[in-house]
Design a protein around this ligand. Structure first.
Ligand code: GLN
Length: 200
């Protein structure tokens, strides 16, 4: 079994919850605030929080280039909620800097004030049954995706809320909140595959 070491961007937001999930899965979790802390990580999670703040701190801490380097190497990244906004190449109706790594267009705070937060049991075929209890908190939605993007989950109205492009995975919801480890396990399968390919 290869040693799995996964970074969690710890600038702002709910990084502690992702670290707790990784620990429950017996994965070494590294909180990342400096570019040097990315050394040797086999994957990286960008948590939910406030994407404007995360983006600003990313630039201040000189992490943008380092993260683009990871993406160019094909290291798997999981972006949840604000993390999904950070991965998107287009953010509709907003001039916001993101990493621009995934060919998806997202809309921030897509569900308005009345339904700020909600929960929904989603059918996520890559996770199998039962449905995944997804928690949305001032969540973004995916408005359009490019050709190379697989939509992993949709709300009942058809809106895409999780997607994958090669080793990049994004969710509008917070998979670290329910006591269901399946989404993180799914992400770790890409980390494992990448580590195995490197070791081969
Ligand atoms: N509304 C936040 C943003 O767009 C995301 C909310 C979250 O990550 N829970 O930055």
């Amino acid at each position: 079994m290869l040693m799995r070491r996964v970074g969690v961007l710890a600038l702002q937001g709910d990084f502690a919850e992702h670290i707790a999930v990784l620990h429950r899965l017996e994965v070494e979790a590294v909180p990342v605030r400096l570019p040097s802390e990315l050394n040797g990580v086999g994957g990286l999670i960008i948590p939910g929080g406030e994407s404007t703040t995360i983006g600003k701190l990313m630039r201040e801490y000189q992490l943008t280039e380092a993260l683009n380097g990871l993406i160019a190497e094909g290291i798997p990244l999981l972006g949840t909620c604000a993390g999904m906004v950070m991965l998107a190449s287009r953010i509709s109706g907003m001039d916001q800097q993101s990493l621009g790594a995934m060919d998806i267009e997202v809309k921030r705070n897509a569900f308005g004030r009345q339904v700020d937060s909600f929960e929904s049991d989603l059918d996520i075929p890559v996770l199998g049954q039962p449905p995944f209890h997804a928690v949305f908190i001032r969540a973004p939605v995916i408005e359009s995706v490019g050709d190379g993007v697989e939509i992993l989950a949709r709300l009942a109205d058809g809106s895409p809320v999780a997607a994958r492009q090669n080793n990049l995975v994004a969710t509008a919801f917070h998979p670290e909140i329910p006591h269901d480890l399946r989404f993180h396990k799914y992400f770790l399968s890409f980390v494992d595959r990448k580590l195995e390919a490197k070791a081969a």
